[in-house]
Ligand binder design. Structure first.
Ligand code: 5RP
Length: 234
């Protein structure tokens, strides 16, 4: 495994080995999760019965095209397992997620799951979160005021940096599946992820942020030398 894509595929293959007949499964979003969804398609073709909740419209379209049975958290309120990618993973299994813009649904699905497992290439493993910009999903109303409030809340827990409004490829503001904007926070270093998560959650206008604290049970991290397991996959 020399390139990130084969590492992503290897991590996804290890996670596919956790899927059992009859499971209610959360399907993540992004290029690593895409490999996992492809493999789930193969399991379904081989006769496995699954009920799957996608974390984005993009993943829903992929799953449906593969014939994977798709449902919603209104019909299935608890999931057995969710497998998703991440932008950063630290040693305590705290995550930054949301580069793909799906952090809100991803967090709802992870929280509804008995187990959330992250699949990633080794480039995602960090000592301290924050080099990757932290996505913060905000309502469209009053973005400038929300930005200022986020800056104040973050400064109170030792984080500062530019908050950049995410843009789509056509130059317009990027709009999430739930109709919100995203501010990408370039904090560079997040000394206390739990404190920042709490501070951001209390800011009016913030819908959700990409810090996943205490949600991930285990991570499958593939490198050039093989696959490492952090935490527990059970
Ligand atoms: C999408 C996410 C993705 O899981 C995260 O960005 C990782 O993506 P990739 O597997 O493409 O590196 O959080 O919102």
């Amino acid at each position: 495994m020399s390139d990130p894509d084969s590492m992503k595929r290897a991590a996804a293959a290890r996670a596919a080995g956790l899927v059992r007949d009859g499971m209610r499964l959360g399907l993540g979003t992004g290029s690593t999760a895409r490999h996992f969804v492809d493999l789930v398609g193969g399991l379904v073709r081989d006769g496995m019965r699954l009920a799957c909740v996608p974390t984005s419209e993009q993943t829903r379209r992929q799953a449906e095209a593969l014939g994977v049975p798709v449902t919603t958290l209104d019909d299935v309120v608890e999931l057995d397992l969710t497998v998703d990618g991440a932008d950063e993973v630290d040693g305590a299994l705290n995550l930054i997620k949301g580069a793909g813009g799906a952090l809100l649904r991803e967090k709802i699905v992870a929280a509804a799951s008995r187990r959330m497992i992250v699949i990633a290439d080794a480039g995602k493993r960090v000592e301290t979160l924050g080099a990757f910009p932290l996505p913060i999903e905000v309502v469209r109303f009053g973005v400038a005021a929300t930005r200022r409030r986020i800056e104040g809340a973050a400064a109170g827990v030792g984080c500062s940096g530019e908050l950049v409004l995410r843009r789509a490829s056509d130059g317009d503001a990027y709009v999430t599946d739930e109709g919100h904007f995203i501010l990408d926070a370039r904090f560079r270093r997040i000394p206390d992820p739990a404190a920042l998560a709490a501070a951001l959650s209390g800011a009016p206008g913030v819908v959700e942020h990409g810090l996943f604290i205490g949600l991930c049970a285990g991570a499958i991290v593939a490198s050039t030398t093989g696959v490492d397991i952090l935490g527990s996959l059970e």
